[in-house]
Ligand binder design. Structure first.
Ligand code: PLP
Length: 414
């Protein structure tokens, strides 16, 4: 069976085209590990082709375990080819290194994932590749920053700290109009909140399909779901683009371990349920924050008053009214409180742990200094202290009690 024989969505992540050894049908696929792969003859070794996955040549170029994970991630996101790398950041780096050369320019949204900016300011700059920042909430600003040297535009929906949700289809159209490759960091959407290769939701293989060229995910987040694996994916629909990325990936010697791939394979069948649970808890907490005096703004794309709320609705809301968002949001705390008070509030939380990343079972909190992260204060965000929450899988009521006690202890008197 091929993967098109299975229904789209979560069911297709559970029933998959894995061929178990004869007589051993079981829920999970086997784990295959190798550096060396044997060839029956020298002639066979010389003939074997690894690029199209028609055969195995060396562990670094793929095993049945990694091929299966790649296939299932393509199913999740609606792509055709996938490359696996050891972290989400490695996925961002692989794309930039595969597509850019000295003299080229790349564009990053002003609210880009910090380490992607750091890569542009570090290695890419050293290699003579320049970058510019564009305002993700202003498609005209994106167009204005595209020059004859621009070869790659990074997109995020939403920014993972300040949570502005851009008009993603319009940004993609602007890139297409200028013939520039656009790559989406789709860690937030995870292939569930919207389809990066079918942004207008035309379905199947409609000729009107609007798609990003590349979708990258930190599998570290929802696809792993455990807070215990680092991995990234680069998904495409264009064979030539995939081959460029795959060749760079091979030359850099990037690969993932079979046990980590197996952990993600084991988590994928529950991703849709987990994502929905994280989402519901985050919305309950964000709604609670809206009525708390120290909070001047809730930055969650599903909430009125958050930057890009209407863009999120257009992209992520179904006709039946249902919608999805990740379990991630930020709040702006009244600037009259001191940084020390906001830090003390975070320290006082018990269920929320202080730590980076998201998508795991435990809720996390991080205060960010937005002023230091952006060239200008974003016009749609009110002044204040930004605190980002990632909701885990705890009960929302317990989390609200935890927030309440820490608020009472440190954020009552200005
Ligand atoms: C976490 C994250 C990454 C990087 O993933 P790692 O596996 O931690 O390297 C990239 N983009 C976004 C939006 C992320 O949240």
């Amino acid at each position: 069976m091929t993967h098109s024989d299975f229904p789209a969505g979560p069911t297709g992540l559970i029933h998959h085209p894995y061929q178990p050894p004869e007589g051993f049908e079981a829920p999970q696929p086997g784990v295959f590990k190798a550096s060396t792969v044997f060839f029956p003859t020298v002639e066979d070794m010389r003939q074997r082709e690894w690029k199209d996955k028609s055969a195995y040549t060396y562990g670094l170029h793929g095993t049945p375990t990694t091929y299966l994970l790649e296939e299932r991630l393509c199913h999740l996101e609606g792509g055709s080819q996938c490359v696996l790398v050891p972290s989400g950041l490695a996925a961002l780096a692989t794309v930039s290194l595969a597509l850019l050369k000295t003299g080229d320019e790349l564009l990053l949204p002003a609210n880009a994932y910090g380490p992607n900016k750091a890569l542009a300011e570090g290695e890419l700059q050293r290699y003579g590749i320049r970058h510019r920042l564009y305002d993700p909430m202003d498609p005209d600003d994106l167009s204005a920053n595209i020059t004859p040297q621009t070869r790659l535009v990074w997109l995020e929906a939403p920014g993972s700290v300040s949570m502005e949700f851009p008009d993603l289809p319009e940004l993609v159209r602007r890139c297409q109009a200028r013939g520039v490759v656009c790559a989406l960091d789709n860690t937030w959407g995870a292939g569930l909140a919207f389809k990066p290769f079918d942004l207008l939701r035309t379905g199947a293989d409609s000729p009107k399909r609007l798609a990003v060229d590349i979708s990258v995910q930190a599998l570290t987040k929802y696809p792993s779901g455990g807070g215990d694996v680092l991995m990234g994916s680069v998904i495409t629909r264009d064979e030539a683009l995939h081959l460029k990325i795959k060749l760079c990936h091979m030359r850099l010697g990037l690969g993932v371990g079979a046990n980590d791939a197996e952990t993600v394979l084991r988590s994928l069948p529950s991703i849709a349920l987990r994502y929905a649970a994280h989402d519901q808890t985050a919305r309950k907490l964000a709604a609670w924050w809206q009525s708390q005096a120290p909070c001047v703004q809730v930055l969650h794309p599903a909430f009125d008053g958050a930057p890009g709320h209407a863009n999120w609705q257009t992209l992520c809301k179904e006709e039946n009214g249902s919608s999805l968002a990740a379990g991630l949001f930020s709040v702006m705390i009244d600037p009259r409180f001191s940084t020390a008070q906001v830090d003390a509030f975070c320290d006082h939380l018990k269920l929320f742990k202080i730590g980076y990343s998201w998508g795991g079972p435990i809720s996390l909190v991080v205060p960010y200094d937005l002023r230091a992260m952006r060239p200008q204060w974003p016009s749609q965000i009110k002044p204040g202290h930004l605190v980002r929450f990632s909701t885990g899988l705890e009960s929302a009521d317990d989390l609200i009690l935890d927030l309440h006690q820490a608020l009472q202890a440190h954020l009552t008197a200005v």
